[in-house]
Design a protein around this ligand. Sequence first.
Ligand code: ATP
Length: 222
Amino acid sequence: MLTIENLDVDIETIPILRQVSLTLESGKMNGLIGRNGAGKTTLMRSIMGLLKAKAGTITFDHAVLTKLPGHRRAHLGIGYMPEDRRLVPELTAEENILIPVWSTDIVDHLDRLAWIYRIIPECEEFRHRPATSLSGGQQKLVALGRALMVGERLLLLDEPTEGIAPILARRMGEILTNLKTEGVSVFIAESNDIHVVDLLDKSFLIERGAVTLHTDAREDAR
Ligand code: ATP
C-alpha cells in the first residue's frame, strides 16, 4: 500500500511538510486530521505528484511515486477528490465523472460508471444536469464519483464533508461507509473528525506540517 518516508515539501521555498512518515492500511479507512493550514492539502497534492518532494519518498506498492512522472502514475489506480471539487461548470455531472477517461485509458469505464452509480445513486439521478445547477453538496458527490472512476485502489479525499449542509455531510458519511466493503483503500483529510470518526480504522494527526499517529480516533473524539 502507500508508504511515505521522511517527506519534505516546500512551497515557494517555504517548508510546509517536514519529515512526514506514515503507512496507510490497505483496504481500510485512514484519516488525516488537522486544522486549516496544517498541510493536509499539501500532503494529498504531493501524493498525486502535483507538488514536488524536496526530500523523502512516497511508495505505492512497488512503485516509487516520487520518481514517477505524472502520466505514469495515472494507471496506478489512485483517485483524488480536491477540497474545492474543481468540476468543469459547462459539463454535465456524468461528463465530469468521465473526465479521467479522456486522459487515461480506462477500458472498462462503462462498468465503472455503473459501479459508481450503484454506490452514489444520486449521481445517476442528476447525471444529465450541468455541474453549475447542482448544490455544493451534490457537486461533492460528483467529485467523489470522478475520483472513483480512476481510484479503484486508493482514494484521496480532501475534506469531503467540508462546507456542505449537515444532511449531505451525513449522506457522504454513509457513502464512505459503504465503500468499506468495496476493498478500496481511502485516505480522508478533515479539519475535525466529527463526520468521519466512526469510519476510521486508523488516523494521523497533522500539525504545522508534521504528522503523528493518532492512536485511537474514537477515544479522542469523545
Ligand atoms: P486548508 O484546509 O485550510 O487548506 P490544509 O491543512 O489543507 O488546510 P494546506 O493547504 O496544505 O493546509 O497549507 C499548508 C500551509 O501551506 C499553509 O500554511 C498555507 O498557508 C501554505 N500554503 C499553501 N499553498 C501555498 C502557496 N501557494 N503559497 C504559499 N503558501 C502556501
